[in-house]
Design a protein around this ligand. Structure first.
Ligand code: ADP
Ligand code: MG
Length: 320
């Protein structure tokens, strides 16, 4: 298939048609007419085979994940996603692979009403680069720099499923196939927290999406906000499948340091019941895991207050 036919077949017809797109795919560039009185939030993320997803990952999962990680960046900013472009490097134009890839991509695009408005297609090692833009009320975007002493530290959903899935796939831990499948859904089809992000815009003091592990990503908030934190390791939310992985000898700390969670970590002075109420229709769950402290250190303890040495769990100190 030539590039022209491939673009015609897979990218020209868009499942999402937005009113604020004046010219989509088919010309040298797209034209959008952004809503007045809103700010645009822009992000990009690339996925390379073998680095960001295992070789032989389902094409539908790759399509989903390429967009999901970008929607997750929009969520972390509190933005409403609108459009994306995509540069696709593929080794060959395999029709069944492209069909599956596009089904995963477009299903997620339709769910969040984001339109693919352009891109580029080249032959090369499998790599998908997505650039995304969305809207936010002026001044309401969530950043990493606003956390204040006394704020609660919250995470959405559960942590560690993707890490546990990889440990099982790599043969490090042996659990039954059904539990592995449950964990792998999170690795292959992460659900971006777009709903929670938008509800938190103008409410949370700081936010980040968890792509490199809670401790590392919270570390970015602490550094940019000039504050410290206390985390209660016993409060970290994990799934039943993750508990199955722990029971089989898996490492709990992977829920803190591994990443690929695509949940949100945010800070807020609001109490847990108010946050739970705010996000109750978002279908993600939310848990208070700690609090922002003065100084610049990150301290992890259990519920009894015993200190857990974070150097021992592979976390690179950012402070002191
Ligand atoms: P040009 O030579 O001007 O770059 P192309 O032939 O590469 O044009 O692309 C034709 C049209 O198809 C453009 O509108 C471009 O944005 C779109 N396009 C190409 N590849 C992709 C892709 N992977 N995803 C979305 N749109 C694409
Ligand atoms: Mg081109």
């Amino acid at each position: 298939m030539f590039e022209f036919d491939l673009i015609q077949r897979y990218f020209r017809q868009q499942p999402v048609q937005r009113n604020d797109v004046r010219l989509g795919i088919g010309d040298d560039a797209a034209i959008v007419t952004p809503a007045e009185n809103l700010e645009l939030v822009i992000a990009a993320d690339v996925l390379n085979e073998g680095i960001h997803f295992p070789v032989a990952t389902d094409a539908a999962a790759i399509g989903h994940k390429a967009l999901a990680v970008n929607l997750s960046d929009m969520a972390a900013m509190g933005a409403e996603p609108a459009w994306f472009t995509m540069t696709l490097s593929i080794p060959d134009s395999n029709a069944s692979w492209l069909d599956a890839f596009c089904s995963g991509l477009y299903q997620l695009a339709a769910k969040y009403n984001v339109q693919l408005i352009g891109g580029d297609t080249v032959q090369g090692p499998l790599s998908i680069s997505v650039q995304i833009a969305g809207y936010v009320t002026p001044g309401a975007a969530l950043t990493r720099s606003g956390a204040r002493v006394g704020d609660g530290i919250y995470v959405t959903g559960v942590l560690g499923d993707s890490a546990a899935a990889l440990a099982c796939i790599n043969g490090e831990v042996d659990i039954d196939g059904q539990a592995i499948q449950g964990l792998q859904v999170k690795l292959d089809y992460p659900e971006p927290c777009v709903c929670a992000g938008q509800k938190l815009a103008g409410v949370a003091t700081a936010a980040i999406d968890i792509s490199d592990g809670l401790l590392a990503d919270l570390g970015h908030i602490l550094q940019q906000s000039n504050v410290g934190a206390h985390i209660n390791i016993d409060a970290i939310p994990v799934s039943d499948n993750f508990r199955t992985y722990i029971a089989a000898g898996g490492d709990f700390n992977r829920a803190l340091v591994f990443g690929d969670d695509y949940e949100l970590c945010f800070t807020s002075p609001l109490a847990e019941p108010e946050i739970v109420e705010l996000l109750k229709h978002c279908d993600c769950g939310v848990t208070l895991v700690g609090s922002i402290t003065s100084g610049t250190g990150l301290k992890v303890t259990d519920s009894q207050g015993n200190v857990v040495n974070i150097d021992d769990i592979g976390f690179e100190h950012f402070a002191e």
